[in-house]
Design a protein around this ligand. Structure first.
Ligand code: TYD
Ligand code: MG
Length: 456
């Protein structure tokens, strides 16, 4: 028997070295090299076949046929939107997310719902009985052509594929899968890298798309080396606050579509439900006439999303005022507070400031800034903002109100939802045809102007 060899792998980039190094020469990170025992056994049949089969010949690009790359629609509009219109044959997708967020539920639900396609759902985490129990819970009642197996070795998974001949392979999760070609334990960097590469080879050669589930580390990145994200065609992330029902599916990388789109779901007792119109949903529980609330007209991808920003400003009890932000970047909050303090003369230095985005939603759109600033000001002076007002503008360091992208889109949606006034930047309003809209468009260029308009 061959002597067990150990190698060192960088947990960040997957760099391999035969000796321990304090700093990875590839990515420059310190203290990331981890030892792994590897025993290269005889190359398996599949590995050998892959190296020699499929002799590729270059051909002119116009001769490459795209007719066979018909996307497989998932029957779930939100999922398809994020994918860019369905699953591309031969692609390798990675779905990441925190434990318990609903990755397995989303994929099993998808597997059960795809019409006329055979799906093989491989789980390394749950037994077949547990998968069946989950499927009963989701209970879509329709005809399904879904096979399940509890398996952790790639070679045996590929044998199952030969037997079942599915149109889609789902593997939950990559961290529990191992290959016989390498002797280290499942979940180690070398295993993850090798298994991902094996699935990629399989997908490209057979044309069967593979959906992998990946775990997330406590820092929030996908567990495993970065090379895994380079290998796969799409990286999707499932996120949300576990205390709320909402879940968002984002795409961090997509070779076949836009990464700006998001899908919104709600976790219910019988699986995930698609949320088509998030604004109406998020605003429905709004209580009128409370100070510290403002509505932001944000865009996620091409879709407008109106969300409520809540803020509480109170006198600081301790010497150092407290600041807390839920669903909003903490450093951005500090910056906005500094702007309000320095440029506009609001004395927030001796106040505690708490900020919350309703519904447990996290927003990346900078157009939320003005709503955040106005919510803080409203709580500070204890005067409510009328419930039919909304805001769409970014704020600059000198207190100027800056334009945002696709403002007509936001205004049109505000109009549709029945808002009376929308606050936008003066520079956005210039090119607008205001007669098109039924609501009043308030142009502001600096934050004091908005303050006077609202609270004076
Ligand atoms: P799961 O898909 O197991 O999460 P992951 O695979 O990302 O770890 O989701 C588990 C959570 O979802 C669990 O807390 C229970 C909840 N859930 C529902 O609320 N309704 C359902 O129909 C299902 C199947 C799960
Ligand atoms: Mg799971």
């Amino acid at each position: 028997m061959a002597k067990a060899k150990s190698y060192y792998f960088c947990s960040e980039c997957g760099y391999q070295s035969s000796s321990w190094l304090g700093r990875c020469p590839e990515c420059g990170k310190f203290g990331t090299m981890q030892e792994e025992v590897i025993q290269a056994s005889k190359p398996s049949k599949t590995a050998k076949g892959n190296a020699t089969t499929g002799v590729s010949k270059p051909k002119p690009i116009h001769e490459v046929s795209t007719s066979e790359t018909q996307r497989i629609p998932t029957q779930c509009a939100e999922f398809d939107r994020v994918l860019g219109g369905g699953i591309v044959p031969g692609s390798l997708l990675l779905l990441g997310g925190e434990p318990g967020i609903g990755k397995s539920t989303l994929l099993l639900q998808t597997a059960l719902a795809i019409p006329g396609k055979r799906v093989l759902y491989v789980s390394g985490e749950e037994s077949e009985q547990q998968i069946k129990m989950r499927a009963d819970r989701i209970n879509n009642g329709g005809e399904t052509d879904c096979y399940v197996v509890s398996e952790t070795v790639t070679q045996r998974i590929l044998e199952c594929v030969d037997e079942v001949k599915p149109d889609l392979l789902i593997v939950d999760s990559i961290q529990t899968i191992c290959t016989e070609a390498i002797d280290s334990s499942a979940g180690s960097i070398s295993q993850i890298r090798e298994c991902t590469a094996e699935f990629q080879r399989f997908a490209k050669e057979s044309g069967i798309p593979v959906l992998l589930v990946g775990h997330i580390t406590k820092e929030g990145s996908l567990a495993g080396p970065k090379v895994m994200e380079h290998i796969v065609d799409c990286v999707l992330q499932f996120e949300g606050d576990r205390n709320y029902g909402y879940r968002m599916l984002r795409s961090l990388k997509n070779r076949f579509g836009s990464t700006a789109e998001i899908g919104i779901f709600e976790m219910q007792g019988d699986g995930l439900r698609e949320v088509e119109n998030p604004s109406e949903f998020l605003l429905s529980q709004r209580d009128e006439n409370l100070s510290g609330c403002a509505i932001a007209a944000t865009l996620e991808g091409a879709r407008p999303m109106f969300i409520e920003v809540q803020s509480l400003v109170s006198t600081a009890v301790y010497g150092t005022p407290q600041r807390n932000a839920n669903g909003f970047d903490f450093r951005r909050l500090s910056m906005l507070l500094a702007v309000l303090e320095k440029r506009c003369g609001f004395k927030l230095g001796a106040k505690d400031v708490f900020l919350n985005i309703a519904g447990g939603i996290r927003v990346n759109d900078p157009a939320i800034d003005l709503a955040v600033a106005c919510a803080i000001l409203s709580s500070n002076v204890d005067i409510p903002i009328p419930p039919r007002y909304c805001f769409a503008a970014e704020m600059g360091l000198s207190g100027e109100v800056r334009p945002v992208s696709r403002v007509e889109h936001r205004i049109a949606e505000a109009d549709r939802l029945g808002f009376e006034k929308i606050f936008v930047s003066k520079y956005n309003a210039r090119s607008l045809n205001k007669k098109r809209f039924g609501l009043e468009i308030v142009e502001v260029s600096v934050i004091e102007q908005a303050f006077r308009e609202l609270f004076a």
